[in-house]
Write a protein that binds this ligand. Sequence first.
Ligand SMILES: Cc1ncc(COP(=O)(O)O)c(C=O)c1O
Length: 274
Amino acid sequence: MTAWLVNGNRADTVAVDDRGLAYGDGLFETIAVRGGQPRFPDAHLERLAKGCARLGIPYPGDELLAKEIRLLGNCEHGTLKILLTRGGGPRGYAPPQVRMATRIIGLSESKPGGTAVDAVRIRYCETPIAVNRALAGIKTLNRLEQVVARAEWSDPGIKEGLMLNDRGDVVCGTMTNLFLVSGGGLLTPDLGECGIRGVMRDRVMRLAEQNNISVAEVRVSKADINEADDLFLTNSLIGAWPVAELNGQQYERSAVTSRLMQLLAESGVMECAV
Ligand SMILES: Cc1ncc(COP(=O)(O)O)c(C=O)c1O
């Protein structure tokens, strides 16, 4: 069950004229709660603040958000969601001036899933991801592309689908960022034109740099993926998932992926402990 606060008050409904509902005019964060604490809260709030600046939505400030999160109480293991919207307004796309974002914050408890991640089977999606420099990198409420892409399969054995832009570049998974292991280093799709700059992606890139593993943001084609030694996917809740199979092609977990999973585990992402 999720406990919700709307603008600091216990509630589980929002106004029907909220622009988050009408237009996806807002942003969100999904944060893992582990050992009773939100994981990497600063990185999530930083992305939220950047997104607000990009959309011209007033950022409520770290302090107010932290205070409202505390009001939700304690949870040992679960998921914290923060949604910010531009709030209500008259009909029409023109964004009204607002003094404060509408804050919708939810906390749900869940059972720890354990560690020792099995490698996952994934596929390519047909649904393209649109190129849009204005929105690239931030985590807006507009997730319809991901919803349509995720509707492409129902086999529970397939854990994720990779999305391509119209030029044929592989950009990301429906809910994850992608890394390729190639020549002993890492490649990850450049997100200057679309995709979300993931908190876990940033963490992997930083850990790689600190440990002398090369990492480059590049355009990635299906051919690059065919030739890669290994692939893995990241997000805030799963940490990292090694890929076992993509559209029938098998991958063996490389030493680089194992090392990064170990580094993630040591930096607090216990899901990656082997
Ligand atoms: C489309 C998409 N890309 C990437 C990510 C990974 O982001 P993060 O590492 O911040 O969870 C997510 C997470 O939900 C996502 O939905």
